[in-house]
Design a protein around this ligand. Structure first.
Ligand SMILES: Nc1ncnc2c1ncn2[C@@H]1O[C@H](COP(=O)(O)OP(=O)(O)OP(=O)(O)O)[C@@H](O)[C@H]1O
Length: 593
């Protein structure tokens, strides 16, 4: 565990951790010595010898123990605080370099838990728990050596108990380890489901599902309860065994001591002293057994921190290396080769393949979006449209083939350079707690107020500002809670306008919008598309029909590609899709209100 802690803390804290361990060991040895000093003190008292010198030596050792206790606590807290700081920084820096696709709702929930409780668990190891464990080894070992000095037979009796004590600890540990992992998983799943339950309140209430009816949460909590019961069933016998072994060790020393005293081999004062010592011998061991649960929890957190830190970040391109490298840039799956300069705003997909955790979602996808043209991506739900746009924005790297933006492999750009090429207008627009203006400014933080308002006007956000009390300065709630879906998307378009990137990735709204919102959105999108390269996951028939190119995806593969008329003439999958969509629209229009 110390090795794992050292690895997570990094080399810069290695010396500090070693110094802290040394201080803890010194403290443990002094603890053992102060226990051992009781023997000569008691022997002198009981046999009527001069006790003064022994008491003075005892006082010196106790004082040294107190100083060592203070010093080791200071060092321990210093390492604990360094661990806290380092882990926050390392986790923060590392997470910032992970693929955006890594941030699923579950992972975000678990990361929150890790940064809160998990990091504190890890901090408690050097700050508090490690000392108990080090003392549990160093103090009894010192006592043992002293026992040998006082009487080798008693020392031998104590030494013979050591393997049994060690075995009892190991056995208990292996017993609970499996249940611990199950408990960790059940705890994390329970926390995920609670977060999900809170987030899904609007949907759950809309369908009349209250806490009683949310099966996923109920099941997760039931699993957590049964795992805890199992953990208790396996842990309690283990803890009982450790306590019993410690008591047996003490009894063994007692029996050996009494037989030696009866046989006249040791005198009674010495026996009393050694028995007191035997009690102290077992004390640190019981204290270590007591913190076992906290230690296991900390170890679980340490492993989860390590798992996050071991998640490979997206390779980042190096410093600028000359002019644009052209469409042939880079091998299909090679590492980032250098910082590329963008050419004309285009998108090229070259035999792209991608899987989510071994499940193939895209296969051999190839097409080009020429500069300043509109390509509509269509296909049934789950065909991979969203995934494709996310590969272009490098939320993940493709497993096979190459994704090129403005002539260069996306892996050859720095994240900033790639994002300077792209504006993303997805359906799940996140608006943060702040003013309408602040939310648009996210597109280009250094923009002037005038530029922000101009972008807002082009995206028809000015109409929203007029309606809201406070206008541009109106505060919109977290996640844009005070705006409608169409309005949120208009703010997102305004961000894209302000950013003014040459390529736009757009996921058209699927939700039915009121006519006013829909026409405002259409106008805003038309303005956004002007002079830009647009790849749109298209749902509206007019967008699809007007596109320069339509790419139809099915089961993660391109099945047809061409203009609307070409594909209708082909009378294949797209023609069927189009007819079906038109029928669906017609059906909806003729339904009674
Ligand atoms: N983060 C993810 N992890 C695992 N599987 C995913 C993830 N996101 C999407 N998928 C799966 O990948 C497949 C393609 O999903 P994608 O969202 O790209 O399709 P889509 O065509 O955009 O669908 P829709 O039109 O319904 O939005 C689906 O089967 C989906 O379940």
């Amino acid at each position: 565990m110390i090795g794992e802690l050292g690895a997570v803390l990094g080399q810069e804290h290695g010396a500090r951790l070693r110094r802290s361990l040394l201080a803890m060991t010194v403290y443990g040895v002094l603890q053992g010595l102060s226990f051992a000093m009781l023997v000569p003190v008691l022997r002198a008292l009981l046999s009527g010898e001069a006790v003064g010198p022994w008491l003075a030596a005892f006082a010196v050792v106790v004082a040294a123990t107190a100083v060592a206790s203070y010093v080791q606590a200071q060092y321990g807290y210093a390492v604990g605080l360094a661990a806290l700081r380092t882990l926050y920084h390392r986790l923060g820096d590392h997470v910032a370099g992970l693929p955006v696709g890594w941030f699923s709702a579950d992972r975000v929930g678990r990361l929150g838990q890790l940064v809160g409780k998990g990091v504190m668990d890890v901090m408690s190891v050097p700050a508090h728990l490690l000392q108990v464990v080090v003392s549990a080894v160093a103090a009894p070992a010192t006592v043992l050596v002293c026992m040998f000095v006082f009487d080798w037979r008693l020392g031998l009796a104590a030494l013979l108990t050591a393997p049994f004590l060690w075995l009892a600890f190991r056995w208990t540990q292996s017993l609970v380890q499996r249940s611990d992992t199950a408990m960790d998983d059940a705890g994390a799943e329970g926390a995920d489901r609670v977060v999900e339950f809170a987030r899904q309140q609007p949907s759950l209430r809309a369908f009349g599902r209250t806490a009683d009816g949310y099966d996923l949460l109920d099941d997760a909590l039931a699993r957590q309860r049964s795992t805890l019961r199992r953990l208790l069933r396996t842990t309690l016998p283990g803890l009982g065994t450790v306590a019993l072994t410690v008591q047996l060790a003490f009894t063994a020393i007692l029996i050996v001591g009494c037989s030696l005293a009866l046989g006249g081999a040791v005198d009674v004062p010495e026996l009393v002293g050694v028995l007191v010592l035997a009690v102290r011998f077992t004390e640190p061991l019981l204290a270590a057994a007591d913190v076992g649960g906290e230690l296991r929890m900390a170890r679980g957190s340490l492993r989860r921190v390590k798992a996050v830190l071991d998640t490979p970040p997206l390779p980042v391109a190096g410093p600028a290396t000359g002019p644009a490298t052209g469409p042939e840039t880079g091998p299909a799956t090679g590492p980032a080769t250098g910082r590329a300069r963008p050419g004309e705003p285009s998108i090229e997909l070259d035999d792209v393949g991608f899987s989510y955790a071994e499940r193939p979602v895209l296969r051999d996808v190839s097409f080009t979006v020429a500069p300043r043209t509109v390509t509509a991506l269509v296909g049934p739900s789950g065909s991979g449209k969203t995934t494709l746009t996310r590969l272009i924005a490098r939320f993940w790297d493709a497993d096979a083939g190459a994704v090129r933006v403005s002539g260069n492999d996306v892996r050859d750009y720095t994240p900033e350079d790639l994002m300077a090429q792209l504006s993303i207008v997805f359906q799940d627009v996140y608006l943060f707690e702040g003013t309408l203006e602040d939310n648009i400014r996210l597109g280009r933080p250094e923009a002037t107020d005038e530029e922000v308002r101009e972008a807002g006007r082009l995206a028809r956000v000015d109409e929203i500002a007029e309606r809201l009390p406070g206008g541009w300065q109106a505060r919109i709630g977290e996640a844009g809670a005070t705006l409608s879906g169409g309005e949120r998307q208009r703010v997102s378009i305004a961000r894209a306008m302000l950013k003014d990137a040459p390529i736009v990735l757009l996921d058209e709204a699927t939700a039915a919008l009121d006519p006013e919102n829909e026409s405002a959105l259409i106008d805003a999108l038309a303005t956004l598309a002007r002079d830009r390269t647009l790849l749109v996951i298209a749902h509206r028939l007019t967008t699809i029909a007007a596109a320069d190119q339509i790419v139809m995806l099915e089961d993660g593969a391109v099945v047809e590609r061409g203009t609307h008329q070409e594909l209708l003439d082909l009378d294949g999958r797209y023609a069927a899709f189009w007819t079906e969509r038109r029928r669906a629209r017609g059906w909806r229009l003729t339904q009674p209100a």
